[in-house]
Write a protein that binds this ligand. Sequence first.
Ligand SMILES: C[S@@+](CC[C@H](N)C(=O)[O-])C[C@H]1O[C@@H](n2cnc3c(N)ncnc32)[C@H](O)[C@@H]1O
Length: 252
Amino acid sequence: MRVVDYDTQQHQDYARGRALTDRQLDVWLRAFEAVLPDRRPLAGLDVGSGTGRFTPALAETFGPVTGVEPSARMREVAEQRSRHPDVRYLPGAAEEIPVPAGSADYALMAWSWHHVKDRPRAVRELARVLKPGGRLLLRTNFRDHHPRPWWLEHFPRGYEADAAIYQPLHEVIELFTSAGWQVASYTTVTEPSAGTRGAMLERLRLRTLSFFAQLDADELETGFRRLEAAVAEDPEAPAPVFEEPLLTLTRG
Ligand SMILES: C[S@@+](CC[C@H](N)C(=O)[O-])C[C@H]1O[C@@H](n2cnc3c(N)ncnc32)[C@H](O)[C@@H]1O
C-alpha cells in the first residue's frame, strides 16, 4: 500500500472526516464489550489511537486507557479533543509500546493494523504488554473478507485498490497463532448509518481514508465525479450501512 504519513496528511481533517455518531460509537463499544471479560476496571491500550476517536469512550466503559500513537500531530489533536481523566496518550507504535510487560487486559487496534510495518515484531510486542489471557481486538479489514461501502464502487479500481491495502484473514490468523495466540472470535459489526449520502460525500472529500492515497489524480477525479452524480439523485437518503470485521485474539 502507499504509506500515509499522518504528520503531513489527514491530521487536520481526520476527526471531522471520520467522526462517529453517538449511536455508532455505542455499537462499537457493545461489540468490544462482547469479547472482553466482565470484570471492571480493565486496563486498556488503544494502539494507533490517532485523534482519540475511541479512547475516552473506552476509558468510560472499561477503565483506564493508554493511547499509543506514532504521529505527533495526531496525538496533539487527541490531547485537545479527546481528553478524559483516565486517558493518557504516549508516543509509540505497535512494534514499540511504552508500557510494562503484562500490564494490559486488552489492546484495541482500530483501523491501525494495516499501517504496521514490522508485523512479527508487533505480534511479539503485543504479547509482551498483555497479561496472560489478555485480548487483542483487531478492527481491521481483510483482503478476502472486505467490506463493501456503498461509495467505493464509483471509483475506478475502487474495491480492488481498497482490498489490496489489507492482508487476507488467514495470513493474520497464521501470524498470531504461530506465535502462540488463539482466535477468540471473528464477527462483523454494522455501524448505524453515518447520516445522509450528501453529508457522507462532504466527509469523503476530506479524504481521511488510506484508500484515497492509493489512487492517482485521474482516478480520484473520475471517482468523485461519478459519486457526486449518484448522490445528486437523492442526497437526503441515509448513507447505506455495511458490515465490518472484528477479529479478537487471546494471548497464550
Ligand atoms: C486510520 S488511523 C486510526 C486511528 C484510530 N484508531 C481511529 O480509529 O480513529 C491509523 C492510525 O494508525 C497509526 N499508526 C501508523 N503506524 C502505526 C504503527 N506501526 N503502530 C500503531 N499505529 C500506527 C497512524 O499514525 C494513525 O493515527
